[in-house]
Design a protein around this ligand. Structure first.
Ligand code: ADE
Ligand code: ZN
Length: 330
């Protein structure tokens, strides 16, 4: 088989995926029309042409603008179904999906609408395609601790209703200037409530943010974490404690976290024994879904089929699936 076939056939989990980051320009235009929203772009191509980012913030500005076309339960359902069908093609057997309720509640969309549309699609794909999924409710770190607490309280009213899906908490948006310590109390509350914990750290922020995510937020997994290498003692700790890093190579390239793919440290961290995984982050914005990310690693980092299989295996090991379900896929 071709390398793409080989990659697509590896059973794998997607662990770092923002559902709002899967909104393709075509769907943004379709939803805008359906909801009577005017977009500041003349065409689908003009919107896609604007996807040239110089850093995380320049991306986030467009990502939040894109998400503003999501109004109804059906909009969230359609977005999630489109992603899940695409993930199925890439051999995803399990997806742990982040969503940002604050992006929507701030615009007057109810948190119930957000949960309901996403969950309906995930349950349908579980039942019809056998793809399992979990939801990671993520707080926007550029907003306040108090706003995170309010969002958590509102979401907890729906916990029973979505107990089959919502089991984890994440932290995303602008990293620099919004260190983990800002959310230490929110995370302590989430841990007390029994949620699994992850957080973005060490994407644009320094290695110390990765250390603080571990020590102050008690996360069990780190999203990105590519700057951990700047602190060798931290890197050794991640290796010794088998703390997974959900790395997103094409994202790092598009957001200028790395200057070119050949310089990405994913292969080096894998070689050193870190539990690294390959993920797509915001595939509609970064020009590739998960198999494209594996392909880029193969091409630019000289990873062979053995290493690609190891990365796929790592994704299942690093998932929040119970041990018996991991074994089933491995
Ligand atoms: N939200 C969506 N994608 C993100 C990323 N790569 N970093 C931080 N916040 C995000
Ligand atoms: Zn992310």
């Amino acid at each position: 088989p071709t390398l793409l076939d080989f990659i697509q056939r590896l059973p794998k989990a997607e662990l770092h995926l923002h559902i709002e980051g899967t909104l393709e320009p075509e769907l943004i235009f379709q939803l805008a029309q359906r909801n009577g929203i005017a977009l500041p772009y003349a065409s689908i191509d003009a919107l896609r042409a604007a996807y040239q980012f110089e850093d995380l913030q320049s991306f986030l500005d467009l990502y939040y603008a894109g998400a503003s076309v999501l109004i109804t339960e059906n909009d969230f359902y359609d977005m999630t179904m489109a992603y899940m069908r695409r993930a199925q093609q890439d051999g995803i057997v399990h997806a742990e999906i982040m969503f940002d309720p604050q992006t929507h509640t701030q615009r007057g969309v109810s948190i119930q609408t957000v949960f309901s549309g996403i969950a309906r699609a995930l349950r349908e794909m579980r039942n019809t395609a056998g793809i399992s999924s979990y939801l990671i409710l993520s707080f926007l770190r550029h907003l306040s601790e108090e706003e995170a607490q309010t969002t958590l309280t509102a979401a907890l009213a729906l916990r029973e209703q979505y107990a089959d899906l919502w089991l984890a908490i994440g932290l995303d948006s602008a990293e620099r200037g919004n260190p983990p310590e800002k959310f230490a109390r929110v995370y302590a509350r989430c841990k007390e409530l029994g949620f699994r914990l992850t957080a973005h750290a060490g994407e644009e922020g320094p290695a110390s943010y990765v250390r603080d995510a571990l020590d102050l937020l008690q996360v069990e997994r780190v999203d990105h974490g590519v700057r951990s290498e700047e602190d060798p003692a931290l890197m050794q700790r991640l290796i010794n404690d088998a703390i997974p890093l959900t790395v997103c190579p094409l994202s790092n390239l598009k957001l200028c976290v790395v200057d070119d793919m050949q310089q990405h440290n994913l292969a080096r961290m894998l070689q050193q024994g870190a539990l690294v995984t390959v993920n797509s982050d915001d595939p509609a914005y970064f020009g590739g879904y998960v198999a494209d990310n594996y392909l880029a690693c193969a091409e630019y980092l000289n990873l062979g089929r053995k290493e690609l299989a190891e990365l796929a295996r790592n994704s299942l090991l690093a998932s929040f699936l119970p041990a018996n379900e991991k074994d089933h896929h491995l």
